[in-house]
Design a protein around this ligand. Sequence first.
Ligand SMILES: [Zn+2]
Length: 171
Amino acid sequence: MRLVVEEIREERSVSVPFDLNEPWARKAVAHGMDASPASLEGHLEVSRSGVNVRVTGALSASATVQCARCTVPVSITIEAPVDLAYVPVTVPEGGHPEEKQLEEDELDLGFYTDGALDLADVLSEAVALELPIQVVCEDTSSCEARTAALLAASAPDVGHPAFQALRSFSR
Ligand SMILES: [Zn+2]
């Protein structure tokens, strides 16, 4: 889903709705969430000012992922506005692409190459920005109980290498 930046009219933004039926959007969100989305809905509004591109819109997606601690399935939902800015990567004559030094207020800036913005990348990024760093169960105490049980079950054979070393040492 590549948009050629020059073809975006400055006076009129491009509206791109998406849902689960759009393979590019489904794939992009699956990539961003690291799980296949169970639901997906939203739209992106792409506007241009010179070479600067701004993408706004809204995103709603849900997926089932594994709890980072006890590994049971946990469903997560993302509902967020999208507001991202992109500038072209500047390629010095005959050199490698170089990202310019960013000002503090430009930290959220993304880059596009070859004069086109890939909306799948935009969507993946918007999803990734909204994801918690670690997804764990809401019920902390039963999560801890399951985690403890998992550790106890796995300890004798496939424990931490340090424990295996310790075991062979004590033989
Ligand atoms: Zn858990």
